[in-house]
Write a new protein. Structure first.
Lengths: 300, 358
């Protein structure tokens, strides 16, 4: 059952990174869900969505892998599959649209799923990112209530990343050139959103292993612009953007001979700080760029 | 209606740049191009922009409105005027500006030429029918790519090209797919070898700006993915980008989840990885990598593997795996919940459009 767009229970898809290099994203998401009164039914026997790479290397397999994830989500009885990663959101939504609209494709995929012991998918799941659940409606009201500690006017740069904005027809949530959801959340948590043009651009992560120089040329834009706009920290709804912005920031410093030291927070961590989550849930020690300056500022 | 615009003026001879305000009376049905025509006719004859067909066919009038590339002839003004917003008009990005809204398309055409955009049927003579017959199914593979009108809107905001100006980019690569996917072309592998080079397919950062901007539904990012899929299907997979993509398939089959710590060595090779020891150590200090990667195995990985083997037998390898979903994706706008862009709620903090660049 939904209350003003906010489900009581969701099928929770962690994606790869939240179980690997971004464990802090998973722990803070779970703790936050509890504070918001959102029941998470964690999908255990699912795989990677393919991250766009399987879509490119073996596209037919990509559709099947994602259909399998959607089928297991449907089997939980939840109507919403909740993602915490931009790339998972795009890959799952794209496959979901194809399976919902094209009956012939769905029938073929279902025959294959059933042949290997996976339940068939009827098309009854909506893929939604945590960001969308708390940006408006009942979820936003609950967020406001949970964020009782506030952020003391912390200046936060929203970084959307690409695959939660574009292609906008697959997303259907907000204007990809003038998004507002992160700003609304930063404000609701008691922070001050900082505006800068590169907030809707790419962090370079998809090509950071194969074309590092090109990727760093993209990565520097949001970091440089956010600092120039006076940001104390940056927040992103995507763990791949996070990895790029946080872990590769040192490479950017080395390449440019400049010091940036811009703390990067996951969306669940930013709300989590305002909601007073424990250190053991926020796990800031797992960040490469220290978050301590942010915590110091909030402690004063 | 009274239309107000701000237009970036640029004088290529003096290098002078300024933002100029214009206001003019225009009919309700006016497009941006109609408004520019009225301004040029009645207010300022020195304003420069390209146009020809006025009906979304010639691809001449690509320009930016509030930082986003559009065809001026496709952009109706009434809704914008009603909202009270004064849009900023500037030339397309990623191309040198010659005057006002006119860009130098030569770098665009040079990349097009590099794709060898003509059929290379080899020396195969058609049989007695004296013509090559191509089925509808075969044409479906390149239907979208063939819609391109060479306007450059997809190139304007290409994030990879901003960082690497030599990147072939979405328009040229979509043109490449138009020939790689053509059943009559005999140079498929040679083409893929060439498109796989340094500034080719694997430079694409998947920002999807091209897909968002294309006024004709070409979906250039999907065209690039099709080229990647065809490259891997035909064994043109030596580039680091191809190895990166293939590692995800291996991961899904063997452990279900991505084998993240092995991704960089599998992509770049051992030598390059060893050179990055310091970087790896910094990741290990924060628990982002482990000295001995023990894969995290998903519970249902057997199903994922069986699914792979089953799917590989069904003849939808390569680009066909993407083509099969295109019809459905093209229909999203016509579904009940699909395609709608929601207006921002009342509070709109920090939503000024990015400043236009000249």
């Amino acid at each position: 059952m939904e209350t003003n767009g906010f489900p009581a229970k969701v099928a929770y898809y962690t994606g790869c990174l939240a179980t690997l290099s971004a464990k802090e994203l998973d722990s803070s998401t779970r703790a936050l869900a509890e504070r918001l009164g959102l029941e998470l039914d964690t999908l255990e026997s699912v795989t990677c969505c393919g991250a766009g790479d399987i879509h490119e290397a073996e596209p037919d397999y990509y559709v099947h892998l994602n259909a399998r994830i959607l089928a297991y989500a449907e089997a939980t009885g939840a109507e919403t599959l909740m993602t915490i990663c931009n790339v998972c959101t795009l890959n799952l939504r794209q496959a979901n649209w194809q399976l919902k609209i094209d009956e012939g494709l769905r029938e073929r995929v279902n025959r294959n799923l059933e042949a290997v012991g996976v339940p068939a998918y009827s098309g009854g799941v909506e893929v939604r990112h945590l960001l969308w659940l708390v940006a408006e409606g009942e979820g936003h009201e609950r967020l406001k209530a949970a964020a009782h500690r506030g952020l003391k006017g912390l200046r936060v740069a929203p970084f959307y990343g690409c695959q939660i904005l574009r292609p906008s027809k697959l997303m259907g949530f907000e204007d990809p050139d003038r998004p507002w959801s992160l700003e609304a959340i930063i404000q609701a948590c008691g922070g001050e959103p900082v505006d800068y043009p590169a907030k809707i651009k790419c962090c370079g992560f998809p090509i950071i292993a194969a074309r590092e120089e090109t990727a760093l040329g993209e990565l520097i834009q949001p970091i440089e612009q956010a600092i120039e706009a006076g940001a104390d920290a940056m927040v992103t709804p995507c763990p791949l953007c996070h990895l790029s912005l946080d872990a590769w920031q040192q490479k950017l410093e080395k390449a440019t001979g400049r010091e940036f030291r811009l703390p990067i927070l996951h969306l669940s961590q930013l709300i989590g700080v305002a909601a007073g989550l424990e250190d053991s849930e926020l796990k800031f020690k797992r960040h490469v760029v220290s978050v301590q300056p942010v915590l110091d500022k909030l402690a004063t | 209606m009274n239309v107000a615009l701000k237009i970036w003026r640029y004088n290529g001879e003096t290098g002078e740049r300024r933002l100029q305000d214009y206001e003019i009376e225009a009919p309700e049905w006016s497009t941006l191009l109609d408004v520019l025509d009225l301004i040029k006719d009645q207010v300022d004859g020195s304003l420069a922009y390209r146009k020809s067909c006025r009906m979304m066919i010639c691809g001449s009038c690509g320009m930016r409105m509030d930082g986003a590339a559009v065809l001026a002839c496709k952009t109706r003004m009434a809704e914008i005027v009603d909202s009270g917003h004064v849009p900023v008009i500037s030339p397309m990005g990623n191309l040198p500006v010659l005057k006002d809204l006119v860009v130098d398309m030569e770098p665009f055409w040079a990349k097009m030429r590099a794709m060898q955009p003509w059929l290379q049927p080899g020396y195969n003579e058609p049989d007695e029918e004296r013509e090559f017959l191509v089925s509808q199914e075969q044409m479906n593979v390149i239907h979208k790519e063939a819609l391109c009108i060479n306007c450059g809107c997809c190139v304007s905001e290409c994030n990879s090209m901003e960082s690497d100006p030599e990147f072939l980019g979405p328009a040229a690569l979509a043109k490449g797919m138009r020939f790689v996917g053509d059943a009559r072309d005999a140079a498929t592998v040679e083409r893929l070898e060439s498109y796989n080079e340094e500034h080719g397919i694997w430079d694409c950062t998947r920002c999807y700006f091209c897909q968002e901007r294309c006024p004709k539904g070409v979906d250039p990012r999907d065209a690039i993915a099709k080229l990647g899929a065809e490259s891997i299907r035909l064994g043109v997979d030596r580039d680091m980008g191809a190895k990166h993509a293939k590692w995800f398939v291996t991961s899904a089959k063997t452990t279900g989840w991505l084998r993240e710590e092995e991704l960089i060595p599998k992509t770049q090779g051992i030598v390059s990885t060893v050179k990055q020891v310091k970087f790896a150590m910094s990741l290990m200090r924060h628990g982002k990598a482990r000295p001995l990667p023990i894969p995290h195995v998903a519970e249902g990985v057997r199903e994922a593997r069986a699914l792979y083997n089953l799917v590989k037998e069904q003849g939808r390898d390569g680009a066909l795996g993407i083509v099969q979903g295109e019809h459905a994706l093209a229909r999203i706008e016509f579904t009940e919940e699909g395609g709608a862009r929601r207006a921002a709620p009342e509070i709109q903090p920090g939503v000024e459009p990015p400043p236009a660049e000249g």
